[in-house]
Design a protein around this ligand. Structure first.
Ligand code: AHR
Length: 499
C-alpha cells in the first residue's frame, strides 16, 4: 500500500475549464466518416445515412467541438468537391492517405451531422495546395448571409441560413515534410497572416488557430512557433499543439510517464507564445489549441500492408488496452491542469481511426479510452483548483521522479460539486489518497468510479465489448471534510463529491 496526499485550497483557482478542451476530431481518413459516422443504406443509419449507434455514443461523451475535415487530408482538399448534388461530386485520388475519396459526405452533411451530434464544428482550411482564395471563398460559403456568389451557392444547395462556423484552423501540421504543400516557418507564417486577414474581412467574429509544431520531436520545434507567431500574432487566437505517444518499447512505467513530457511540451509552447507577446509589446495573449492528442501505434504495422487507392480502408484502427486508457486519463488531467492556457483540445480521433468508438457493419462499441474521455467531459466542467501532489515517485527509462499519483480537482460551483480525477500508476500497489476539503461544508461522496483490471493489455472488442468497464468503489469516505479513497493499482479514478 502506498500513500499520497492532494493539498489544495478553494481560493487557489487556476481557471474555468473551457468546455472545448473536451473536443474531438473527424478526418476523411480510413473509416472515420464512411462506415463510422456515415453509412448510407445501413439499417443502423437514419435516412440521411448517419449511424445512429455512433451518434448515441458520441452524445454519451458529450463532445463540444469536432475538428473537420483534417488532418493531413485537408492539405490537398478542394472544399468545392464536397458540396452540391452528390452525384455530381468528383472522385479524387486522396494524396495524404493514398485512398479514393468520393466526396459523398461533405461540408453540408458534416454540418447536419454536427447538429444531431450536439456538437460544433472546428473547420480547417487548406493551406497546403491552396491558400487565401479558397479560404475566403469557403468562409463566404459558410458564414455570409446571402447576396454573393458563394453564399447564394450555399442557398442553392439547400442551406438558406449561414452555418456561422466560428472556429477555423489555418491549415494542418505545415511544419511536417509529409504534409502536401509543406512550408518553412516564414512561408507558412506569412500565408497564415494573409489568409487570416482575408477570412476576418469576410467574418470578423471568427476565431483562428495557427499551426504550431506537429510534435515536440520536430527539429524545427520552438523556432517554428516563434517565427510563425512573429508573422501572424495579431490575427490568430490560438497556436496548435499535437502529440501521440506509443509503447513500442513495451515499457509500461515509461509509457505512463509520458504525461511529464506533455506537461513540459505545453509549458514550452506557452513560454514561446509569451516570448513573442513580450517582443511585440502586445497586450494580446495567444492560447493553446491542443487539437490532436492520443496514443497511436498499435495499427502502424497493419497500415504498412494496406492496399493503396481503395475507399475507406481499415486505416489507423488502433485497438486500445487498459494502459492506453490510463495514459489518456493522465493526458486529460494534464490538459485540465493547464486550463488557464489550453482552451481547446481534440482527442484524435472520434470514430474508428485512433478512436474511443469503434464500429463494424453490425454494431458500435466503446474502446478502453472511451471511459476517461467520457468521464472528463461529463464531470470535468467547472473551475480547476491548483493542487500540490504529495506522492511517492519512480524513475523510468526516460523520466525521473514520476509521481505515482496524477490528479486534478475540478470545482463546479453551480452544481455544488467537486470532482477529483486521479490515476494510480503503480502496477503493484493500491494507493490511499487523502484530500482535505473542509472548506466545502457538508461535503459527501456521490460516487467513486474506477477503471482498472489485472491485465494492462486487455482490450474491448466487438466480441467482448465489456472486458474493461468502470465500476463503483464502495469504500471511499468523506469524514469531516477529509476525503479518503483507495485507488487500486493501475487505475483511473473519478471521485465525485457534492455539498
Ligand atoms: O490524426 C492522424 C494524423 O496525425 C492527422 O491527419 C495528422 O494531422 C497527424 O499527423
Amino acid at each position: 500500500m502506498i500513500k499520497a496526499k492532494i493539498i489544495t485550497d478553494k481560493h487557489f483557482k487556476l481557471d474555468t475549464v473551457d468546455p472545448r478542451i473536451f473536443g474531438s476530431f473527424i478526418e476523411h481518413l480510413g473509416r472515420a466518416v464512411y462506415g463510422g459516422i456515415y453509412e448510407k443504406g445501413s439499417s443502423l443509419s437514419d435516412e440521411r445515412g448517419f449511424r445512429k449507434d455512433t451518434l448515441e455514443l458520441i452524445k454519451e461523451i458529450d463532445v463540444p467541438i469536432v475538428r473537420y475535415p483534417g488532418g493531413n487530408f485537408v492539405s490537398a482538399y478542394n472544399w468545392e468537391d464536397s458540396v452540391g448534388p452528390v452525384n455530381e461530386r468528383p472522385k479524387r485520388a486522396e494524396l495524404a492517405w493514398q485512398v479514393i475519396e468520393n466526396n459523398e459526405f461533405g461540408l453540408n452533411e458534416f454540418m447536419d451531422w454536427s447538429k444531431i451530434a450536439n456538437t460544433s464544428p472546428m473547420m480547417a482550411v487548406n493551406l497546403g495546395t491552396r491558400g487565401i482564395d479558397a479560404a475566403r471563398n469557403v468562409i463566404e460559403y459558410c458564414n455570409f448571409k446571402g447576396g454573393t456568389y458563394y453564399s447564394d451557392l450555399r442557398k442553392k444547395h439547400g442551406y438558406s441560413d449561414p452555418h456561422n462556423i466560428k472556429l477555423w484552423c489555418l491549415g494542418n501540421e505545415m511544419d511536417g515534410p509529409w504534409q502536401i504543400g509543406h512550408k518553412s516557418a516564414d512561408e507558412y507564417g506569412a500565408l497564415a497572416w494573409e489568409t487570416g486577414k482575408a477570412m476576418r474581412a469576410v467574418d470578423p467574429s471568427i476565431e483562428l488557430v495557427a499551426c504550431g509544431s506537429s510534435g515536440l520531436m520536430m527539429p524545427t520545434f520552438g523556432e517554428w512557433e516563434a517565427t510563425v507567431l512573429d508573422h501572424c500574432y495579431d490575427t490568430v487566437d490560438y497556436l496548435s499543439m499535437h502529440t501521440y505517444y506509443n509503447n513500442f518499447a513495451d515499457d509500461s512505467a515509461d509509457f505512463l510517464a509520458n504525461t511529464l513530457n506533455m506537461d513540459d511540451f505545453i509549458k514550452s509552447v506557452i513560454a514561446t507564445c509569451d516570448y513573442v507577446k513580450g517582443k511585440k509589446h502586445s497586450k494580446k495573449k495567444i492560447n493553446i489549441s491542443f487539437d490532436e492528442w492520443n496514443v497511436w501505434y498499435h495499427s502502424n504495422e497493419a497500415d504498412k500492408k494496406l492496399e493503396k487507392w481503395t475507399h475507406a480502408p481499415h486505416q489507423l484502427e488502433d485497438v486500445y488496452n487498459l494502459e492506453d486508457a490510463l495514459l489518456v486519463g493522465g493526458m486529460l488531467i494534464t490538459l485540465l491542469n493547464h486550463c488557464d492556457r489550453v482552451k481547446i483540445a481534440c482527442l484524435a480521433q472520434l470514430v474508428n481511426v485512433i478512436a474511443p468508438i469503434m464500429t463494424s457493419g453490425n454494431s458500435a462499441w466503446r474502446q478502453t479510452i472511451f471511459y476517461p474521455y467520457m468521464h472528463a467531459s461529463r464531470y470535468g466542467r467547472g473551475l480547476v483548483l491548483n493542487s500540490i501532489i504529495d506522492s511517492p515517485k519512480y524513475d523510468s527509462k526516460n523520466y525521473t521522479d514520476v509521481p505515482y499519483l496524477e490528479s486534478c480537482l475540478v470545482w463546479n460551483e453551480e452544481e455544488r460539486a467537486v470532482t477529483i480525477f486521479a490515476v494510480n500508476k503503480s502496477f503493484t500497489d493500491e494507493m490511499t489518497v487523502t484530500c482535505d476539503l473542509r472548506q466545502f461544508e457538508g461535503l459527501k461522496v456521490t460516487e467513486h468510479i474506477v477503471l482498472t483490471g489485472d491485465d494492462l493489455k486487455a482490450c474491448n472488442t466487438e466480441e467482448n465489448p465489456e472486458k474493461i468497464v468502470p465500476y463503483t468503489a464502495k469504500d471511499t469516505v468523506c469524514e469531516n471534510g477529509i476525503v479518503t479513497a483507495i485507488l487500486p493499482k493501475q487505475s483511473w479514478n473519478v471521485i465525485r463529491l457534492s455539498y
